[in-house]
Design a binder for this molecule. Structure first.
Ligand SMILES: C[S@@+](CC[C@H](N)C(=O)[O-])C[C@H]1O[C@@H](n2cnc3c(N)ncnc32)[C@H](O)[C@@H]1O
Length: 319
């Protein structure tokens, strides 16, 4: 680990309240991070509740293992994506859980770590390799994507995941620049963004949007979220809670639509007069509008500002 693991859990009280924690409950935290939410969940489900904690990031698992060691085997930590949470539960011999928490995105630790490539603001770390993988042992890094993706793919990511004005211009600048030499460090990418002149005069620093888009693409964050929400709903016991915190509108939209689809059930075409698909609703939505943090939370934790929390309840399974 390169830095002390620092991350303040967001909307902690709201998560605890909506998970309906009781002694003995079995809760899956699909985004363990520094274990802030997990620690409180273990305290509130004492003496015999179980917390299954998943994360892709080995640093997060190491930090949480130390923080949660006092709970012994009540805390079961696994390196896995939450998109495969059914597999992780199966390997632990657990079929159903009472609650699932997903606190999406990256932790403050990952953003601050000088060697992960998520961060670009400080001159002294500009030579950081462009990695951005949450699990640094698997898949393609941001540098690989910048070297291998077509101009159309790059443009699509910048447009969809960053809503970056000038996406096409930046994609063309990247493919032209990499003919000279590969883009390997944050400094290389910042130089091309600057030379392409995208997003000048906008409210957001264009680099923020470009780095966000690349991070989402590298980790297939939106694909993982769609699969993870379905897997989470499927593993909940009747009346179990699914609590999701998202940090940008792309994530929140997916959560909202996935919840709605599960609450509707029926997948017949809209114009078909009589339902014959037989798909029953599986979730009840408990938050019509997403919950936002109070001012006193955003005042001391700026990361919480964009947070939105949605909650759903698993309906009785139909035999
Ligand atoms: C916002 S942090 C969670 C912080 C945590 N709730 C806490 O209180 O410390 C998000 C974490 O989710 C992890 N993560 C992101 N996508 C993931 C995925 N698909 N599967 C598992 N972990 C993921 C990241 O590595 C990061 O550690």
């Amino acid at each position: 680990m390169t830095a002390e693991f620092h991350h303040v859990p967001v909307l902690l009280n709201e998560c605890v309240e909506h998970l309906h924690l009781e002694p003995g409950a079995v809760i899956l935290d699909g985004t363990l991070g520094g274990g802030g939410h997990a620690e409180t969940i273990l305290e509130r489900t004492a003496p015999d509740g179980v917390l299954i904690g998943l994360d892709l990031d080995q640093d997060a698992l190491d930090a949480s293992a130390a923080r949660l060691s006092r709970f012994g085997d009540r805390a079961r930590l696994v390196q896995s994506s939450f998109r495969h949470l059914d597999r992780a539960l199966h390997e632990l011999g657990i079929e159903r859980v009472d609650g699932v928490l997903l606190d999406l995105g990256v932790s403050s630790y990952q953003l601050d770590a000088a060697n992960r490539g998520f961060r670009f603001a400080d001159a002294e770390i500009e030579e950081t390799p462009l990695d951005m993988r949450m699990d640094a042992s698997q898949g393609r890094s941001a540098a690989d994507l910048l070297a291998q993706a077509s101009a159309e793919e790059l443009q699509g990511w910048f447009q969809r995941y960053g809503e970056l004005p000038g996406s096409k211009r930046l994609a063309a600048a990247i493919t032209s620049s990499r003919r000279e030499r590969p883009l390997e460090t944050t400094a290389d990418l910042l130089r091309v963004i600057h030379e392409a002149g995208v997003g000048r005069g906008r409210r957001h620093n264009p680099a923020t949007l470009v780095f966000q888009a690349l991070r989402i693409a590298v980790n297939d964050e939106l694909g993982a979220l769609e699969e993870g929400l379905d897997a989470a709903a499927a593993c909940l016991r009747s009346n179990g809670r699914l609590v999701v915190i998202s940090y940008h509108s792309l994530e929140d939209r997916i959560v909202k639509h996935r919840f709605r689809a599960a609450a509707r059930g029926c997948i017949c075409p809209p114009r078909q007069p009589i339902c014959n698909c037989g798909v029953e609703p599986s979730l009840e939505i408990l938050t019509r509008r997403p919950l936002r943090p109070e001012e006193n939370e955003t005042g001391h934790n700026p990361r919480a500002r964009s947070a939105r929390l949605r909650v759903a309840r698993r309906l009785q399974e139909v035999a």
